[in-house]
Design a protein around this ligand. Structure first.
Ligand code: MG
Ligand code: MG
Length: 268
């Protein structure tokens, strides 16, 4: 069942979502080669707790950490560990924050140092795909319109693969609520978007095959062909008929530009 939020509840979700964004900006300021993914996780956890909030993912269905950190061919749900990041890696960091009774959820993919142009293009395309989905999150449209817009751009226009097994979701008092928000599908299908809907839109886009598999840790999802995968996510509400994006990439992108260890060239 979809739970539609009041404007007051949406403002509380916005606070959580903006703290997720601030956490990702803190990661963007500090990320560099030589760090382990566990180091990155510790930065995020400290930042969230210093702001009086709780990491949503920690202990969620047994997940052990604050962030999902998915490097290169990892799509999502990477468990932070001693793996050392190096120049040329792409690093997806997915964070959730719980505060004042509500969750926010957002993810961002960073490029460490020089990465191949074809991977830069994949990153840019995934960010555009997220925007294409958001544009369809307006009253009267259906979930399938968001899904179709993302898939059409990613697969038809760009020739990449949209992951099928993992999808976006409603959120609010719970991290995952109805409806599911797939990144592929038919126009005009699924639930009608109504005032007060809050969803995480999160395209996961693969350079090669769309197919994925799980690593032995039971969490980490990787591309079957081990080619790169990129993930961007926003928490989005439908208010006054329009999409109101509750998380923000502005401070993350600024930090990304100002951190010499990160390559933001794909934004050109
Ligand atoms: Mg997320
Ligand atoms: Mg999510």
């Amino acid at each position: 069942m979809i739970y539609y939020k009041s404007p007051e509840e949406i403002e509380l979700i916005r606070q959580s979502a903006l703290l997720v964004s601030a956490t990702l900006a803190e990661v963007a300021r500090n990320l560099k080669p030589g760090m382990s993914t566990l180091d990155v996780d510790a930065i995020a956890e400290k930042f969230i707790r210093d702001h009086g909030a709780t990491p949503s993912f920690k202990n969620y269905r047994g997940f052990p950490n604050t962030c999902c950190i998915s490097v290169n061919e990892a799509v999502v749900h990477g468990i932070p560990n001693g793996h050392i990041l190096k120049d040329g890696d792409i690093v997806s960091v997915d964070v959730g924050v719980y505060s004042n009774g509500f969750h926010g959820d957002s993810a961002y993919t960073f490029a460490l140092g020089e990465i191949p142009v074809h991977v830069q293009k994949l990153m840019a395309a995934t960010k555009v795909a997220l925007q294409k989905g958001i544009e369809k999150a307006v009253t009267g449209n259906r979930i399938g319109d968001i899904a179709y817009a993302i898939q059409e751009y990613v697969e038809k226009e760009r020739g990449y693969g949209v992951v099928r097994e993992l999808v976006g979701h409603g959120l609010g008092r719970n991290l995952h609520e109805d409806p599911q928000v797939p990144n592929y599908g038919r126009r005009g299908s699924g639930s009608v978007l109504k005032e007060g809907l809050v969803i995480a839109i999160e395209p996961m886009v693969n350079l090669g095959t769309r197919d994925v598999e799980y690593l032995e840790d039971g969490w980490t999802v990787v591309t079957r062909d081990r080619k790169a995968s990129v993930h961007y996510e926003h928490t989005v509400s439908v208010q006054k008929g329009k999409a109101d994006v509750l998380s923000s990439f502005a401070d993350i992108e600024l930090a990304e530009k100002n951190n010499p260890a990160l390559n933001a060239a794909y934004m050109n």
